[in-house]
Design a binder for this molecule. Structure first.
Ligand code: NDP
Length: 244
């Protein structure tokens, strides 16, 4: 039994794949985006073509007012959310730590850590039994960078994504008796626009399966964790990384 899903950062990449996969599973979908309105509208059209309701809501997930508006607009247009893909994330800059500005570091944490917490907070307010919710499931998009550390590339990104792992462990326990399961998927190298030019040649040889992953392969794992097939799984971070 599907329901109503919010996908942050759903205009492209992993979020867009999750939005269309969710529609195939029978969810009505609220897609958030920051800048790519046209791309978000394309995802909305794809969801509608699959026979499900869809809206696109602009908003910077690092800003509380935008997060509140995303959920309020979803309530009004689709109804009470039952599933969340907490996906919006950025690589603010690439370089060794000593080359980074305070602004690069701050922005990474604003979007990847603070934003993820704000989005999860608004979801549980609608899903948890204590707030009259019907329960639900949350899947965060973490990163293999959290354990690899991403030396010489983006240690600040890896550090900011570690918040998703901790959020998953902690919130799953807070929500265990509230009907809400909280898990995460931790992708390795996935071919999307978040990657800088030339990174594949550097990283792919270090991946045991010797290839990049696709957004659809991440979405498959997300759909499993959202589904009733994962009914006894909560507080887990599932690596989707080709063995890396
Ligand atoms: P993309 O760059 O392809 O897509 C990022 C999405 O997030 C876009 O929809 C973008 O919106 C949105 N977004 C960015 N910043 C904000 C913001 N402040 N508020 C709202 N939306 C925002 O990246 P991926 O699909 O690769 O990444 C998705 C998630 O997966 C991220 O959390 C990333 O950290 C994580 N991840 C990705 C990996 C990879 O190899 N690709 C590996 C590990 C983790 P818009 O289009 O409007 O700009």
């Amino acid at each position: 039994m599907a329901g109503i899903i919010v996908v942050t950062g759903g205009s492209r990449g992993i979020g867009a794949a999750c939005a269309t996969s969710a529609a195939r599973e029978g969810y009505d979908v609220a897609i958030n985006y920051e800048r790519a309105k046209d791309r978000a509208e394309e995802v909305v059209a794809a969801v509608r073509k699959l026979g499900r309701r869809a809206i696109a809501v602009q908003g910077d997930m690092s800003k509380e007012a935008d997060v509140l508006r995303l959920f309020a607009e979803t309530d009004a247009a689709l109804g009470r959310v039952t599933a969340l893909v907490n996906n919006a994330g950025i690589v603010a800059s690439v370089g060794r730590l000593e080359t980074l500005t305070a602004a690069d570091i701050q922005r990474s944490f604003d979007v990847n850590s603070v934003g993820a917490l704000l989005v999860a907070r608004e979801a549980v307010k609608r899903m948890a039994k204590r707030f009259g919710g019907a329960g639900g499931a949350i899947v965060g998009i973490a990163s293999a960078a959290t354990t690899l550390g991403s030396p010489n590339e983006f240690v600040h990104y890896a550090a900011s994504k570690a918040a998703m792992d901790a959020l998953t462990y902690g919130l799953s326990k807070e929500m265990a008796l509230e009907g809400v399961r909280v898990n995460a998927v931790s992708p390795g190298y996935i071919e999307t626009e978040i990657q800088y030019a030339g990174r594949a040649a550097k990283i792919v040889p270090a991946i045991p399966v010797q290839r990049a992953g696709t957004a659809e392969e991440v979405a498959e794992a997300v759909m499993f964790l959202l589904s009733d097939k994962a009914s006894y799984i909560t507080g887990q971070v599932l690596r989707v990384s080709g063995g890396r």
